[in-house]
Design a binder for this molecule. Sequence first.
Ligand code: ZN
Length: 591
Amino acid sequence: MTTQTLHYIVEPHDLAGHRLKVTLKIARVAKSNQVVGLPAWIPGSYLIRDFSRHIESIRGRHGGRWHQPKKIDDHHWSFDGCAGSLTVEIVVYAWDFSVRGAHVDDSHAFFNGTSVFLMAKGLEDQPCKVEINRPAGKRSWRAYTSMPAVSTRTAADSLGQFVAPNYDALIDHPFELGTPAVIAFEACGAPHRMVFTGVIPNLDTKRIARDVKRICEAQIKLFDPHMARAAFLDSAPAYVFMTMVTGSGYGGLEHRASTALVCSRQDLPTLHQTQTPDGYVNFLGLVSHEYFHTWNVKRIKPAAFVPYDLTKPNHTRLLWLFEGFTSYYDDLMLLRSQVIDEQKYLQQLAKTITGVHAGPGRLKQSLASSSFDAWTKYYKQDENAPNAISSYYAKGSLVALALDLVIRQRSDQRFSLDDVMRALWDKFGVLFYQGQPTGLSETGFAKLVFECTGVDVRTELVKWVEGTSDIELKPLLAAQGIELNWVCKDTTPALGANLKPDGESLTVRQVIEGGPAHRSGLSAGDRLLACNGLRIGNTLKHLKDLLAAYQPGDEILLTTFRDDVLQERLVALAEAPASTAELKPNPAKAR
Ligand code: ZN
């Protein structure tokens, strides 16, 4: 087959109605029919999302007139009798304010390729050109993306032209169009941009640039200590952090040379602040996490993702490695780049340990199962999640910690998890987008650890990843001079339920298995009205004040509404457990 360039034109033609018109021009259709469609999911977010459901209309032009295609399954259409050239036009509804979809209004447009770029079956390996048309009346708008631009000079009615070597790359460079705040810096000589969309008065851009630059440099040097070459340079001239700033939001999605982030306005530092916001470390942690994915999961991949099958779930039992290890390194990189100090790092780590131990689900679901079932469990969490699910993020990060400690200890501090990450990078990552891409097999990790460190961790990995018992961190941390203690932070007796304010009262969000709420039959959705005849109110503090009058073992009468039915139930209160992890350095005990 001869090469041809697929030509995509994106036109945000109805900002008020949140609609994009997207045209795909195929110069030569070799066969008598052409199938087109959108992915069922977006890599990095393991849930079937059916992006094609946002296509409002689709039509194709061939033989001099417009035709309607035949829908052949949930995600695909077929244009029959179209040998020759074919132009397909779709209108996409874009009102998903998340990092995974597309969002358009008169202030900006953000979209992932998975929401707008039709895949042309059989032509997935062909190069693509993207043209972005300027919306009417938006003279100040610019386009921001990591997708390489054909030319920086653009016509007045265009926001630019961009190129991708194939469909896989085409959908891995999201776009932000608008007038965002932009920060530019270099890390190890490689250009980076941060694009902030949303109103952020007096954003402290210098502070953010300084901190993020340090984090990026620490990561580049971790994977490439000799040359310090940024991984994304195989795919883009600059790395782009695209941040949507909201009232309260948190999350990110990784791409090969960019990331889409959502953060809360109050987490960002502004000029003239006397104190850095507490949430800033979480924002930097998110930045660090997504940037680490540039290596771990975007280039070092599980074999199950090489290549992605975008029509159905792609199962791997290794997300604890790709998400968990990335979660371990996100905060560790803040420490190593001196963006936070050791005390803050230990606080963050203790928070993770506390969180992992909070749910009985960790004792039921292994990390391998949690990874495999991400599509139906982790991404479809309900009120029973803490009792049923183990997080391949949080517990996966503790596997990374334990592995790091074991390798350091057994190799007399000669090796660490860093050597394992570099070995993964050398074996699977370096040539990913240039050479023959391969991925880590489902069972190949322990062997790789042994090859690069001489430490045999097969037994531990089976226990930590396939098993469901807690990882014994205390002795491992103690050997490195860190003391782990469990403390009780609550002086009032416990109910064993997570609650949320709901109008005038508190509503049960989750009931923890085995606790007083569970034993009494209290359920998610129940509204708490009164405790022994006294109104509970709608704050946790109010409830705590009421419970402070009782001892563990006391019974209280809770009056609740389940749906519209008034109920009363006796709850035997329990002692608040010592469930908060605390970490502190104890150099005297280091061996
Ligand atoms: Zn991640």
